[in-house]
Design a protein around this ligand. Structure first.
Ligand code: OMP
Length: 271
């Protein structure tokens, strides 16, 4: 999917919401455990109830890998369901990969080609040759971790190196890599106050912003400092939406929370 297509969808739906499909069998409604594939049954119900409210879905692969082969099959069914029924929706494999080039090439093939995601999250720690293989795919996007939402972000990312913070080096240096136009960046919603500075380095790049909802990030603050003329933001909430209820009306409950966020976004877009 092109960035322009994503922007068009955002404007059409008045939403820049990304729903995180982080499925934990201990948290889903227990009646779904009788289904042949409880994870897919849960995802399908959530997608059917919320697809008109969001522009992206982000399964975090940890929640699928944890269930072995069955989990991987649930992930595959979920992306196939999205690509077949909602091809206008942007899909993110939240896998946080990155390795020597030869290995990264295989990660890129797995998520962007074989599974058919529009994008994949990648860690920048191993540098240029570990990220460039992901950038080779036309109309696919590599979402590089820049400033993450967790407290550990302060261990390395905000430390100074040659006079500036490490996350700023990530932003700046990555712009010189081959096919850098295919880059987006992760900035945690809990770090909204850093966004003004970040926008001086990457004024137009799309940002994936997780941390609204369960982690306490503030949507208004993120938009105030991070929004561009083309919106430039995908705001993710996972647990705050998908676990709104665990009774048989869980999907409607998830849609209610998603609608609240979408309405808040619409108000911001129409200001
Ligand atoms: O790359 C991510 O999506 C990510 C980066 C980050 O800095 N913080 C962060 O929470 N995430 C992911 O975003 C999701 C947040 O989930 P909730 O806290 O349940 O909304 C999880 O899948 C996290 O792994």
């Amino acid at each position: 999917m092109t960035t322009q297509h994503l922007v068009t969808q955002i404007k059409k739906k008045n939403s820049f919401l990304c729903i995180g499909l982080d499925v934990d069998l201990e948290k889903i409604p227990q009646h779904l455990l009788a289904e042949e594939d409880p994870i897919f049954a849960f995802n399908k119900a959530i997608i059917d109830a919320t697809h008109h409210l969001c522009v992206a879905y982000k399964p975090n692969t940890a929640f699928y890998e944890a269930y072995g082969l069955k989990g991987w099959q649930s992930l595959e069914k979920t992306i196939q369901y999205l690509n077949k029924n909602h091809p206008e929706i942007f899909t993110i494999a939240d896998a946080k990969r990155g390795d020597i080039g030869n290995t990264s090439r295989m990660y890129a093939k797995a998520f962007l080609q074989d599974l058919g995601f529009d994008s994949v999250t990648v860690a920048p720690y191993m540098g240029k040759d570990s990220v460039e293989p992901f950038l080779e795919f036309k109309d696919k996007h590599t979402i590089l971790l820049a400033l993450t939402s967790n407290d550990g972000a302060f261990d390395f990312q905000t430390k100074h190196m040659e006079g500036r913070e490490v996350y700023k080096h990530v932003l700046e240096t990555s712009r010189s890599w081959r096919n850098a136009d295919n880059l987006m960046y992760v900035v945690g919603a809990t770090k909204a106050e850093f966004l003004a500075d970040i926008r001086t380095i990457i004024p137009n790049s799309f940002l994936l912003v997780p941390g609204v909802g369960a982690q306490g990030g503030n949507l208004q603050e993120v938009c105030k400092y991070g929004m561009t003329d083309d919106v430039g933001l995908l705001i993710n909430s996972s647990r705050g939406i998908i676990y709104a209820s665990n009774d048989e009306h869980f999907a409607e409950a998830a849609a209610r929370i998603a609608a609240e966020l979408q309405q808040e976004m619409a108000a911001i877009l129409n200001q």
